[in-house]
Design a protein around this ligand. Structure first.
Ligand code: N01
Length: 515
């Protein structure tokens, strides 16, 4: 590499979602030069790619926004309690426009390689078109759910129908009227898209391997008065939320599900079910720590499934029984269970009769074949580390990040990695990230990184990096806290167990944003 001819930036940021946009704005405030590289044609990150019908955020819209600018916040009005993907994408475009962020974003560009030069103490970053840029700092804003995972099923290349992955959805609106559509996967994405498809398609075949716990969103439109009042106390709420475990100021818990009568317990679950949203999993403070308390919550949801789904055998197949509530991310839906009462919707239990292959005209299970015009993979992501591990990132001595993280994604504070100086990861493994209000977590990291960069300059230093002992202590702490909960006891993408060959390590930090 002839780095003398390369362009130089103080900071290179990978990704233009919430994290990349927030970081770019903050870096500019430090009067540093920056470039963001983004593989999409526009800003948005996960909200750009996940544009499938029904895509919606499960964090309430009023909390799912930046807090760093009062003008920004008051210039935007969220329409619904849980914003749909289009609205969040519009918000991120509004953020980019408000601060002219696009000037420093290079779209349609992926970063393939980043090498730390120990003599010059700079990062040399190479794009997919072979362009090299040097920078003092390299910041990952690649997101936690940005590399879709496709099941290894034979035959897809022979399929003559159209197929899509929810995490890589085409940007244009699509019409499924009159079509026979198959959906593989019943996590949050499947649970959101299935009711929407059922409104249009001639038939929807749902191929379910593992049923998930889902609670109603009870979504509704916001009134102007409500939004205005919310904004008046927004910063105080945000401050309060940042001291909590999940970054949600509106969530509160009753002490223990074991300390109340059966009747009172059910009344409380009913209260949370009617309120709607993922707050159900903290209805009692011990739902995520005590198996007995969790089983009560599981029974309540299974009871709800029975009361909604008319066909009892079908309701039974929809019962989640293989994991504790919330240990796989709880789903938040609009009419998911109700959809199975529709005549055009069929549930196929592919745990009982696994999918064998994709055929020319559809799909083959152990006991049947299905003709499908469209096949939708709602099969999740190589989460948290998947995207970074696919970039050839090399620290001191040419050490590859993918080698360092092969057995465990060790790092300090979920933010920095020993052996990788001047490299920061926004909401990396070992941070609250996906267990929290993501935007709040992102803002916390953006602010921390900005202050850290300023600190390095104030010291007249050139480099900063986590030490091995600090990293070891942090990883031990992350594990210790996780072990106090039910989270690591069940398979989930939090643990990497949805990806063949991936290290089984519980990746998010359960200790909370404030901690
Ligand atoms: O992915 P998932 P997702 N044959 O991994 C199934 C966020 N998100 O995209 O459990 C048959 O949860 C798999 O079955 P199993 C949110 O954090 C947020 O739905 O492995 N099935 C499972 O049912 C969420 O948790 C929102 O047995 C196969 C499904 O595919 C995360 O993204 C909305 C299979 C994958 O579920 C991921 O959710 C949407 C196979 N070979 C997503 N392979 C919000 O509301 C996989 N499956 C913010």
């Amino acid at each position: 590499m002839r780095e003398t001819e390369n362009e130089f930036k103080d900071v290179i940021i990978i990704g233009a979602g919430f994290a990349g946009l927030g970081m770019l704005h903050r870096v500019r405030q430090l009067n540093l030069s920056a470039r963001v590289y983004e593989r999409a044609t526009n800003v948005g990150g996960t909200w750009y790619w996940n544009s499938y019908p029904g895509a919606r955020c499960d964090v309430e819209s009023l909390d799912y926004q930046f807090a760093f600018s009062d003008t920004l916040q008051r210039g935007w009005r969220w329409n619904e309690r849980f914003a749909e993907q289009k609205e969040i994408l519009a918000y991120l475009n509004y953020v980019a426009d408000s601060f002219n962020l696009r000037n420093d974003i290079q779209f349609k560009t992926s970063i393939e390689k980043a090498v730390f030069c120990e003599t010059k103490k700079i990062w040399q970053v190479v794009t997919d078109s072979g362009e090299t840029t040097n920078a003092t700092y390299l910041i990952s804003a690649v997101g936690c759910l940005s590399t879709p995972s496709m099941p290894k099923l034979p035959g897809l290349s022979s399929y003559v129908g159209r197929w899509y992955h929810t995490g890589n959805w085409p940007q244009q609106d699509m019409d499924f009227s009159g079509l026979n559509v198959g959906v593989i996967g019943t996590g949050s994405s499947g649970i959101q898209i299935i009711p929407e498809l059922a409104k249009q398609a001639q038939s929807v075949m749902v191929f379910q391997r593992s049923p998930n716990f889902s609670v109603p969103a009870n979504n509704h439109r916001h009134t102007k008065t409500f939004t205005d009042e919310y904004y008046d106390s927004f910063l105080a709420k945000r401050e309060q939320a940042s001291r909590t475990t999940y970054g949600n100021a509106n969530w509160s818990s009753y002490p223990s599900a074991l300390d109340v009568t059966d009747q009172r317990r059910n009344e409380i679950y009913e209260e949370y079910w009617n309120k709607g949203g993922a707050g159900f999993m903290v209805s009692f403070a011990d739902v995520l720590t005590n198996p007995k308390s969790n089983e009560f919550a599981a029974d309540f949801i299974r009871g709800k499934i029975d009361s909604i789904v008319k066909d009892k055998a079908l309701a039974n197949i929809l019962h989640p029984t293989d994991h504790a509530v919330g240990t796989k991310r709880i789903c938040v839906d609009t009419n998911y269970y109700e959809t199975f009462n529709k005549e055009n919707v069929t549930l196929v239990d592919v745990r009982q009769c696994p999918i064998q292959s994709i055929t020319k005209t559809g799909l083959l299970t152990l006991d049947d074949s299905y003709d499908l015009d469209v096949l939708i993979f709602a099969t999740g992501f190589d989460a948290i580390t998947g995207t970074l591990m696919r970039i050839d990132i090399r620290g001191r001595g040419g050490m590859k990040l993918s080698d360092k993280w092969a057995k465990s994604p060790n790092n300090f504070l979920g933010l920095s990695v020993a052996g990788f100086p001047n490299f920061f990861v926004i909401t990396g493994p070992g941070s609250p990230s996906v267990l929290s209000n993501m935007v709040l977590s992102i803002e916390q990291h953006v602010e921390w990184i900005a202050r850290c960069i300023s600190f390095v300059a104030e010291q007249g230093a050139k480099c900063i990096e986590a030490t091995e002992p600090a990293e070891k202590a942090w990883v031990a702490h992350v594990n210790e806290i996780a072990q106090q909960t039910l989270f690591p006891k069940n398979n989930s993408w939090y643990l990497g167990s949805n990806i063949e060959g991936k290290a089984r390590v519980f990746m998010p930090y359960v200790g909370g944003i404030g901690q």
